[in-house]
Design a protein around this ligand. Sequence first.
Ligand SMILES: *Cc1c(COP(=O)(O)O)cnc(C)c1O
Length: 219
Amino acid sequence: MSLQDITARIAKAEKSSGRVQGSVRLIAVSKVQPNDRVAAVLDQGHRCFGENRVQEAASKWPDFKQRYSGVDLHLIGPLQTNKARQAMDLCDAIHSVDRPKLANTLARLAQEKGSCPDLFIQVNTGEEDQKAGVLPAEADGFVAECRGLDLPVRGLMCIPPVSEEPALHFALLAKIAARNGLDGLSMGMSSDFETAIALGATHVRVGSAIFGARVKPAE
Ligand SMILES: *Cc1c(COP(=O)(O)O)cnc(C)c1O
């Protein structure tokens, strides 16, 4: 696969599911990829990338941002409150807002900075113990709490359990977003982004299908 193949598949999925052409944003997930592979995708003109660790993002993106203009960087992995400031300075969007303590920290820093990245609330749709995210039953309350803090909540994000049909999880996320008046849906990865698009994804997070297998596991 290549960037071109993936953008073509996204366009096809938009068309076949009656979505507006260009309405789905491709986040190229560059975590753990060698810099030359990332540079190759930047050279092809792509500018929207995802990282799952603040530290890794901080070690490679300031450099790339100097060399390429218009980079749009999304944090898609768990965020510790003590890294929130760094994440806000570095990233244009954070997809892993998942608890009141983090929301409070982001709100305080946003006040201080006078700006805040776009935020997505992570929902643990599979109710898995080891996975981050608010439980589906707590999502409405947490969205309201974040809005009460004046945080720019743009949408919801989920990572379905590996062994389950992702469509059920995407549909659940879409339902929670709709009843909360949220447009953004960050869902779909290399193996299931077309299904996610059919169910309303606005942001798909695709790593290995663009860059090739990750050199070492990122989890
Ligand atoms: C790594 C990662 C992805 C991309 O996974 P692929 O299967 O390589 O497309 C998407 N979302 C999150 C949260 C990730 O950590």
